[in-house]
Write a protein that binds this ligand. Structure first.
Ligand SMILES: [Cu+2]
Length: 121
């Protein structure tokens, strides 16, 4: 999974600024349904950057669902405190809700909602 950063200037027609998800205190912010900000909402085609701002652990993002080839629909490598990575696969997602988790902390769960392009977030 060393390809994680290869899509940064890829062919996807995405807004210049990626959406952002952060890990803090063993939660995803936004994304954790139990927190006030709720699910993470991203317009279809937009890139997503994951930042680990958590001094309590090394974190990653993995979709719960896998494709027919056995790959997660979206994912990142493990990120140490202060490191960041693009969440691979997000710009290709169709509009709907997707559950995800941290591979190190299965109790760290979240929901990514991909919206139609013109719906905003
Ligand atoms: Cu974690």
């Amino acid at each position: 999974m060393l390809l994680a950063l290869s899509g940064l200037t890829g062919a996807h027609a995405s807004p210049a600024e990626p959406a952002l998800i952060t890990a803090a205190a063993l939660r995803f912010v936004p994304g954790d349904d139990a927190l006030p900000l709720g699910p993470l909402i991203v317009e279809q085609g937009r890139r997503l950057l994951f930042v680990n701002a958590d001094n309590l652990g090394v974190h990653s993002i993995y979709s719960v669902e896998y494709d027919e080839d056995g790959w997660p629909l979206f994912w990142t490598d493990q990120q140490n405190l202060g490191s960041a990575a693009e969440v691979e696969g997000v710009p290709d997602l169709l509009p709907r809700a997707y559950a995800f988790f941290c591979s190190n902390h299965p109790e760290m769960k979240g929901t990514l909602v991909v919206t139609d392009d013109d719906q905003g977030a």
